[in-house]
Design a protein around this ligand. Structure first.
Ligand SMILES: [Zn+2]
Length: 86
């Protein structure tokens, strides 16, 4: 009878410890995912040509059209296709 009680207590402690660890792991994982969404607190913009998301401070902006680009090559191609004079 006593042995059964001790086993039950050990099982309960192990179960609670596992539950606690699982919750800690889930919280940690959620935090990691949130960090992925907002890298270094920078704002993300989308390249108008290739649709790739780039940080605002690394992106190029075309002032007349207010469009964002990941590189000057994409800006040039986009402007070529959207400029009726060219
Ligand atoms: Zn691009």
């Amino acid at each position: 009878m006593n042995l059964l009680l001790i086993r039950l207590i050990i099982f309960a402690v192990l179960f609670l410890a596992g539950l606690k660890l699982y919750r800690l792991y889930r919280e940690w994982k959620l935090e990691q995912e949130q960090h992925d969404d907002l890298p270094e607190g920078g704002k993300m913009v989308r390249c108008a040509w290739c649709q790739v998301h780039v940080p605002e401070d690394e992106a190029l902006r075309d002032k007349p059209t207010a469009a964002w680009f990941c590189c000057s090559a994409h800006r040039d191609r986009f402007l070529q296709e959207h400029d009726p004079e060219a």
